[in-house]
Unconditional design. Structure first.
Length: 196
């Protein structure tokens, strides 16, 4: 939603403020006037920091994913058991097994939603932390190379860009040299949450 609002705001700003851009164009031409395009999300995930952070997240959430898979198999086995024994079970036993199945499904739903929410929050933190450093790198690169404007292609629809305009690879290299990734800790994901 925020991305859509940002894109709409940018679009209206471009339409509503031609005088502002005309005034800036004289300043931009002295700064080189180049325009760069970057996909900042791809850039973040392609840095050594981003790759390591995503691997750490996968390691952290692996036990929860395995527990969810185990519970899915349990539910599937119970469903098969109910179907096979439907004609031989008493009504009370059918009700008991149906309640057990519903309870297991409810717990699985909660576990899955919690795991997805926690993973998304952790992923957002990673993107935010690396993104803040990435913005500094972009600013440094743009200033040094005479760019008047750098646009995130993930935020603003871009229908055409000349081949040399995409600065994503250069920013990834510059980021990696400015912020070398730290080695993984020996514990590797031992702080991962287990089942709830």
């Amino acid at each position: 939603m925020r991305n859509r609002v940002f894109a709409i705001f940018t679009f209206f700003a471009l339409i509503a403020c031609p005088a502002l851009f005309a005034a800036q164009s004289s300043g931009a031409s002295s700064a080189g006037g180049k325009v760069g395009v970057i996909n900042i999300q791809d850039a973040i995930l392609s840095t050594a920091d981003g790759k390591k952070a995503m691997q750490d997240l996968q390691n952290k959430y692996m036990p929860r994913q395995q527990e969810i898979q185990r519970r899915q198999q349990e539910i599937q086995q119970l469903q098969e058991q109910i179907q096979k024994q439907m004609t031989t079970l008493s009504e009370d036993e059918q009700r008991r097994m149906s309640r057990e199945l519903q309870e297991k499904q409810k717990i699985l739903r909660r576990m899955t939603e919690d795991a997805q929410s926690d993973f998304q929050n952790d992923r957002d933190d990673v993107m935010r932390n690396i993104g803040q450093k990435m913005v500094k790198v972009i600013d440094q690169y743009a200033s040094k190379n005479g760019f008047a404007l750098v646009i995130d292609s993930g935020q603003v629809p871009i229908y055409y860009a000349a081949q040399g305009v995409n600065i994503t690879p250069e920013i990834i290299k510059l980021y990696d040299s400015t912020y070398p990734a730290q080695a993984s800790s020996p514990s590797g994901g031992s702080s991962a949450k287990t089942t709830k």
